[in-house]
Design a protein. Sequence first.
Length: 68
Amino acid sequence: MLMEARLLDERREGKAVGITKGKEIGIAKEKLATAKRMLAKGCYSLDDIAELTNLSLADVEKLKKEQA
């Protein structure tokens, strides 16, 4: 019984970690998508995009190079 309870706790913990990680990945993808849309508009500076999306300036510069 003790072993079963321990396994159940570990599964719950693993599921919680997985959900948290999934949310983090989703947020990161949305930040990148937002930055790409802002770059496509062409009316935002790289510094503004970095500030508004909470991405690093290096990440924004990399996105700009990828879009070119």
